[in-house]
Ligand binder design. Sequence first.
Ligand code: HEC
Ligand code: HEC
Length: 490
Amino acid sequence: MLYDKNISPNRNQACASCHLPYAGFSGPIPSVNLTMVAFPGTVHFRAGKRTAQRHPYAPFFPVLQYNQVQGLFFGGNFWDSRATGYKLRIPDGEQAQGPPVDTQEMGLPDTACIAFRLSQAVYRPLFEEVWGEGSFDIKFPHETERICATPGGAAVFDRSTTPVPLSPEDRTRANTVYDHWAQSIDSYEQSVQVSAFSSKFDAFLHGNYTMTSDEMAGFQLFNGKGNCNSCHVDGRGTTLTSGQTDTSTAALVNPLFTCFGSANEGVPMNPRNAFYYQTTPDPYGFIPNPYGFGYRDLGLGTFLRSGFGSGTNPNETWIQFAPTVDGQVQVSSARDAAMTPPQCPTTEAPGPYFQKGFFHNGYMKSLKQLVHFYNTRDLYAYPVTSGHCPAGTTEKVDCWPMPEVKNNIDMTTGNLGLTDQEENQIVVFLQALTDGFTRPYPNIDTFTGACMSGGSAATQGNEFLIPTPPLPPCASAVCGVAPVPSPPIP
Ligand code: HEC
Ligand code: HEC
């Protein structure tokens, strides 16, 4: 199913178009990761707004819940947790129900189209074997073929999200097929073929791998001076004071390197993001982003308001908390962030390397930059947007543009006092979290493009920086929805 291009109107896009094993199931095309960040959809001149997250370990996130004592949200899938799991009880399953009907992704106009296309699939007998013989006893009207070949959002649908005319009984059956397809995908993503627990670190926890001195130093910085494990939970305590030694035995031998929570790390706006430029109607009469650079990614905050570009918040008692989470996005697992195709063995210049994009908007182009950001965000903070660092400074080296969203910024990192070598050791440790060490990672060898080489990880991709245009105020459809962000977002 992940590789079935028929689950898109133009039969040209599958989940795998944006998620392939060799990239840890994140964005598979280096030039996209380097530039526009979001991957083109079934309509190739439409694209989303964020980096493609990795599949491994996503199935382990719990149903989104508000913890009243901590005043924090935990769980859900997607950067903004909008796949809550509220209905299916599996966030990762609800996640899978998003892309097929996302106008900028696989773009089917109606969820019934998934049942329709599955009913024609070569693997239909397998589906029926698992989910029952009568699964596809649905009377699809003859116009279904035509409707499902037209991308969602097209003006002809007049905003309807259920243009396939089905009887209530058939609609229910089609919904059930859609739920079952989601559960099947979740089951695969949760299997050891995807969420493998087969990294050097897993072998280390089991006692049959000895970490190199750099890996061990990186590990100690990860749960020490770097303070990384206070969010990317590694099953150990945090030993912040120098000289403090961790004498505990591992409390958890399958740590997921996430706390399932959300945080705003203060990442700068990335003006390369394709979303900002889709401001005029496409040939189907659809405008992905009428607000252009007036769009701001408020992450979880926009989701709680059921706002523009997100999903519907299923729990009205959560709406009031939106201002407390504006700018927050999911603490992704640090596992497999460093995964690359075998022939380009690293994400880091000079390589030969495979270009990835890190964080929700792909602003970071190497893990070195990512760690350097946690280390020096507040030390080299400038009140400028990307592309406008003052003369004499170098963006991402000794100049960090201001955060896209200044509210609710996490202050536990930002000035860690790590040396250059310590940053590199953390990168080496992150690489030890890549699956495929104790046994080969399935299908990792399918990259047919070229590796990149040259330059340095600190400035990797800087030649593709562009000046952010003067920013219009945040659009009222984003920042003007009650309860409004506090303080107001300019
Ligand atoms: C056009 C590119 C594209 C396609 C096609 C696509 N995805 Fe994604 N995927 C993304 C992006 C971008 C995100 C992050 C979106 C966001 O947070 O708003 C994402 C997020 C995810 C996540 C969330 C992981 C987490 O940790 O929360 C999973 C799992 C996933 N996709 C699986 C799938 C599956 C399954 C399909 C097919 C049904 C699919 N994707 C199709 C781009 C794509
Ligand atoms: C306060 C919580 C917090 C702390 C502390 C923290 N992180 Fe993160 N981490 C996050 C969040 C939130 C994201 C997603 C941020 C985004 O996309 O804007 C993230 C993302 C990541 C990613 C994945 C990026 C991707 O594209 O999938 C890596 C790797 C990572 N952090 C490593 C680290 C390291 C190394 C440290 C310590 C130096 C650290 N983190 C400290 C919250 C935290």
